[in-house]
Design a protein around this ligand. Structure first.
Ligand code: KG4
Ligand code: ZN
Length: 365
């Protein structure tokens, strides 16, 4: 079996990544940290849609069904791409396996981790455990230029909302995180309140395009003056009360409810909610970028697909003179290319694991 030192040179290094932290079964092959050779993502959205959110038990069972087909498809595509290169007569090979082993749903994590350990053992290649959230902060480098550090990264998904100071892709320090709901969760719940469907982020974004963002002033929870934490449960309740009435008003006979809303009302509520969410995230990103003198602003995670957030972050970059790195849309949501890409840097730094590697579900990291 090869050691990490065998890879600390400039050869072509091909890493297979696996990602099963939540409800996407994903595998990818990435060359030299940034060139994505193949990337396959099998989404479970349809399985979870009837419940309005991810059901952990359903997620882990679906991963079990999909993991082998997704890995095979990824390898077949990668083999075709690599063998069709005229300058590459060598055999198709994988140099290491990177797997997102933290944080995530424990049942889901275990499926990807077991697959990764099996491949590493069978192929006698190093196993690399990668932090899923740090991988999101690396995603803008895929199929693109290297990231210029120091950077601050806002990672916002269905399960997490975290702010990081990154001195490099390996040196990642948590500055703040949500103290209650994740940003994506707030999008999903408000979409459910408005009857717009699941997943909520894209549904809210579509509705917001038709709405007026200045009609309702929803609260922006900013916590202490210099806090870098987030709180999104208040805005969710504010939307709920706006739509259904406060408990006091309901008791005194004031009737409200979704059936009283026109399509335009729903669009306006979506636009005002989205504007408040974007404000809360961008204000914290600005605070962190200034405090840590960041050269680059990074966003990642499913919520980073939101075009209002992307525009606001680009504007922030212009205002404070920082470069902005957005992930390509296919790498904003969960994918394994970001895991394989970051895995390359772990490998070069000698950060490899053995077959005892654990799945760690913890969220604040
Ligand atoms: O990163 P991700 O794919 O999976 C998790 O690790 O959770 O993020 C999924 C989350 C969901 O809550 C979804 O509603 C949200 O990202 N999302 C969006 C958009 N697209 C996905 N939120 C806002 N705007 C979007 N366009
Ligand atoms: Zn994610």
């Amino acid at each position: 079996m090869k050691n990490a030192s065998d890879f600390q040179r400039s050869d072509n290094i091909v890493i297979l990544g696996i990602e099963t932290t939540c409800d996407e079964t994903a595998c990818a092959v990435v060359e030299n940290s940034r060139k994505v050779i193949s990337s396959v993502v099998s989404s479970q959205v349809e399985l979870h849609a009837p419940y309005g959110g991810v059901v952990p038990e359903i997620a882990s069972r679906a991963h079990l069904e999909m993991i082998n087909p997704v890995i095979s498809q990824t390898i077949n595509r990668a083999r075709t791409v690599l063998q069709s290169r005229q300058d590459n007569t060598s055999e198709f090979r994988i140099d290491a396996i990177a797997v997102a082993n933290t944080p995530g749903l424990i049942g889901s994590l275990l499926v990807g981790l077991m697959a990764a350990k099996t491949l590493a053992w069978v192929w006698r290649v190093p196993l690399i455990g990668v932090n899923h959230l740090h991988a999101h902060a690396y995603a803008p480098a895929l199929d693109a230029e290297p990231i210029n550090y120091p950077a601050v990264a806002l990672i916002a998904s269905g399960g997490h909302t975290s702010l990081y100071f990154c001195q490099s892709c390996l040196d990642v320090e948590l500055l703040g995180a949500t103290i209650d709901d994740a940003a994506g969760e707030a999008f999903d719940k408000v979409s459910a309140i408005l009857g717009l469907g699941y997943p909520g982020g894209p549904a809210i974004e579509r509705a917001a395009k038709m709405g007026r963002a200045d009609r309702i002033k929803f609260p922006r929870a900013l916590l202490d003056e210099d806090s870098l934490d987030f709180s999104f449960s208040g805005i969710k309740t504010a939307v709920l009360y706006y739509v259904n009435g406060t408990p006091g008003a309901i008791r005194s006979g004031v009737t409200k409810g979704i059936e009283k809303l026109t399509e335009q009302d729903k669009a306006d509520i979506a636009a005002c909610f989205q504007a408040a969410m974007v404000d809360m995230m961008v204000i914290k990103l600005r605070r962190a970028a200034i405090a840590y003198k960041a050269k680059t602003l990074i966003i990642g995670g499913g919520v980073s697909a939101n075009s209002a957030l992307r525009e606001a972050v680009c504007k922030l970059g212009e205002d404070i003179g920082a470069k902005v790195r957005l992930p390509a849309l296919q790498y904003a949501c969960d994918n394994a290319a970001m895991v394989a890409g970051l895995g390359y840097h772990y490998l070069q730094a000698g950060k490899i694991d053995d077959l005892q590697l654990d799945a760690i579900p913890t969220t604040r990291q």
